[in-house]
Design a protein around this ligand. Structure first.
Ligand SMILES: [Zn+2]
Length: 302
């Protein structure tokens, strides 16, 4: 009998333990369910999840911002344009996106144009986004000596002096540089452009001729060269061109519309068109193989 009673007591204790356990479990379950129901009714999410999602979102925006902002040429006013351009061109680097948008390349040529800044400075940029007015005539225009140019060719004095020095250096190597076009005023450009449009149509003319006001020749800092024998359009096939490739930058000149850069400059390759920008800038552009648009966007456009 004694053994049976002991077993009964043990069974009772076990039942009690199970009962307590079940009660605890049910309580936990009910609490959780009530909480769940409450959250569903009030359409709330677990605060922890919300916090984590917000954190992620913030981090992403912050990362995007800092990666653009870390560039010295980042412009606050262009921020949304950078994001839009990046969405359209996901494979481009941050540097390229900021540079191209600063140039204006996220908009078609001849749209969102600005009056050129830096008037009468050798750093002036004139292209399909930056124009000169009809009345703009650069100061200090001077004639280029006839030994190195066709008659009537003019450049801004500093550019003229640098060009003459360069042409003399080429001459020492038995090479001949001749300017066939230099400063052109607004009306002159208007005439050529309209002539090209008449013969080839506007679309084609725009790939090789500047619209009036948008031609770099109006700055008095650009020249078209030939060697006195071949056509200027064949300048690439001359020894003079090879020499210019290696030496132009030493005199402050750059090949303004290089091969395969028309998506940046807006112009087909022109082996004959050179622009004076000064020795320091010319050397940087030569060493880094970039266009003046890129240089300007990264270092000068403030
Ligand atoms: Zn030209």
């Amino acid at each position: 009998m004694a053994v049976r009673r002991k077993r009964k007591v043990r069974v009772k204790k076990l039942n009690l333990a199970i009962f307590v356990l079940v009660v605890v479990l049910i309580t936990a379950l009910i609490t959780k369910t009530i909480k769940g129901i409450y959250l569903i009714i009030t359409d709330k999410k677990e605060p922890e999840i919300i916090e984590k999602k917000e954190e992620k979102k913030e981090k992403k925006v912050k990362e995007e911002k800092t990666s653009f902002e870390q560039l010295s040429y980042y412009k606050d006013t262009n921020h949304n344009r950078y994001i839009r351009y990046q969405n359209k061109n996901p494979n481009l680097s941050i540097e390229t996106i900021v540079t191209y948008v600063n140039i204006g390349l996220d908009n078609p040529y001849y749209t969102y144009t600005n009056k050129a800044k830096d008037l009468n400075k050798i750093t002036i940029i004139v292209n399909k986004y930056n124009y000169l007015t009809r009345d703009y005539v650069p100061k200090n225009l001077e004639s280029i000596p006839l030994s190195y140019a066709r008659s009537g060719m003019k450049l801004v004095n500093v550019a003229k002096d640098a060009y003459v020095e360069m042409a003399k250096a080429a001459e020492k190597q038995k090479l001949k540089l001749v300017v066939t076009s230099s400063y052109r005023d607004y009306e002159y450009q208007e005439d050529i452009y309209n002539r090209y449009v008449k013969s080839d149509g506007k679309e084609a003319a725009d790939t090789y001729s500047g619209r009036p006001g948008f031609s770099e020749h109006q700055t008095g800092l650009a020249v078209d060269l030939y060697n006195g024998k071949k056509l200027y359009t064949e300048f690439e096939d001359t020894k003079e061109f090879d020499w210019m490739q290696d030496n132009a930058y030493k005199y402050g000149f750059i090949l303004r519309f290089p091969k395969d850069k028309d998506n940046i400059t807006g112009y087909q390759y022109e082996s004959w068109h050179y622009r004076y920008v000064g020795k320091e800038i010319a050397q940087y552009i030569h060493e880094h193989d970039i266009t003046y648009e890129e240089y300007y966007a990264q270092f000068l456009d403030k």
